[in-house]
Ligand binder design. Structure first.
Ligand code: FES
Length: 173
């Protein structure tokens, strides 16, 4: 188990992030309303510094028309290069520009309720990539990243290595 102290608990304010270098990798440590998340600072699509320059945003979801809207603050991270969107907790991409062509659809008028005719899974497409992530928590008022508990990500075959500006961290080993 390799744990690194990366910040004091008060150092990364809610909605903010800190970029650190651990084991030669640039990693972004986020405070999402008190929950900490650590992600590799490299977009799996083409290598942009996604953790450093990505935009954190909320997502609204509803079961269907006229249903209660569930707003999840700070749920996603949008890449600055090609605008792909990633779930900040799972690293899953939810946007694939290859599938964003304008399409022509047939339209018809049918009777019945919307639930009878609307695909509840329609609207959002799972993308092809998952961001690499790390376990992160608070120990003795310190933010600690555990690099041995890593969620492997996927990446494009043509991924370029992105340059990075980082802060160093202290190992607890
Ligand atoms: S490099 Fe991130 S979306 Fe292309």
């Amino acid at each position: 188990m390799t744990k690194y102290v990366v910040a004091n608990a008060t150092e990364i304010a809610p909605g903010e992030r800190k970029i650190v270098e651990l084991e030669g990798r640039s990693i972004g440590v986020f405070n999402i309303d008190g929950e900490y998340v650590a992600l590799l600072n490299q977009c799996p699509h083409a290598g942009a510094q996604l953790a450093a320059y990505g935009t954190i945003f909320g997502v609204s979801e509803a079961e269907g028309p006229d249903e209660k809207i569930d707003y999840q603050r700070g749920k996603s991270l949008r890449c600055p290069w090609h605008q792909w969107e990633f779930d900040i907790h799972t690293g899953q991409s939810w946007y694939d520009p290859r599938n964003t062509k304008v399409r022509k659809y047939d339209v018809e008028v049918v009777s019945g309720s919307p639930e009878d005719v609307v695909d509840p899974d329609g609207g959002v497409q799972k993308g092809p990539h998952v961001m690499e992530g790390y376990a992160v928590g608070i120990e003795d008022e310190m933010v600690v990243v555990d690099t041995s508990r890593r969620r492997k990500g996927t990446q494009s075959k043509k991924l370029r290595t992105a340059p990075c500006a980082v802060a160093t961290a202290t190992s607890t080993d």
